[in-house]
Design a protein around this ligand. Sequence first.
Ligand SMILES: C[S@@+](CC[C@H](N)C(=O)[O-])C[C@H]1O[C@@H](n2cnc3c(N)ncnc32)[C@H](O)[C@@H]1O
Length: 259
Amino acid sequence: MRAPTSIGPGRRAARALGDRRAYPNRRWLSALLALPVDRLDAFLSEADRFAELEHGIRERQIAGGRRSYAQFRAPLELYAMVRALRPDHVIETGVSSGVSSAHILLALRRNRRGTLHSIDFPTAQRGARFSRRDSPVALPPGRRTGWVVPPELRRGWDLRIGPSEKLLVPLVAETPTVGLFLHDSRHTPRHLAFELDTIAPRLEPGSIVLADNTVWTGRAFPRFARRLGASVRRRGRSDLVGLRVPPGVLPPPRGAGGR
Ligand SMILES: C[S@@+](CC[C@H](N)C(=O)[O-])C[C@H]1O[C@@H](n2cnc3c(N)ncnc32)[C@H](O)[C@@H]1O
């Protein structure tokens, strides 16, 4: 009998999540973290073992009246990043249903250390049914920010509700270091530049910074990367980008650099 063909690490989890975009891009992950693919494959394979959890996220989305949802496109790479980096603190802006949050929380739980701090300023769906007038990230009736995050992962989650324009500065003031930052909130050049400037003093060499939907954020991310002397790593042909703070580079002071 032939052995079952491997479909690639992380693909089983992506299928269970029902999102083809979530098939891991291992080359991107390896280039971003500056780690060999084999080492990262181990974390992606680990995620396959949680396919049940991915399936549960999918089921919750469908129960909330959504078959497709505007969500972070690289949740499995995000899982592997948190496993590999073992950060003490992760900050994300833009939670919505909570696909990115669930994967960060799962990885932190596996690490047995670290806290996720999330900020979200949600919008609500207008009527009982999703219509074309609704934002693709609007909360379905009766649902709150992070509504697909499994209850068992919520313990210790620092979730703050409000605009990141107001909440990010005080959050960063309370947070000694940021091992990973994910921008997935308001996608404007000015707002992304504000978020990057705000977290910069807490970054360390080796910290990872991610920004999704950069098609709308102009030069904000590449400018920040240039200030750090970091390379911008794009995920395939998408507009999800990341950078790794280079060794020995001290993050620039807030506001030092143009937009
Ligand atoms: C693309 S969704 C986030 C998707 C999420 N990362 C995931 O994986 O499911 C963007 C979220 O950011 C929220 N948002 C928009 N502007 C914001 C702001 N200024 N501050 C905080 N959250 C904001 C939106 O309401 C929405 O909930």
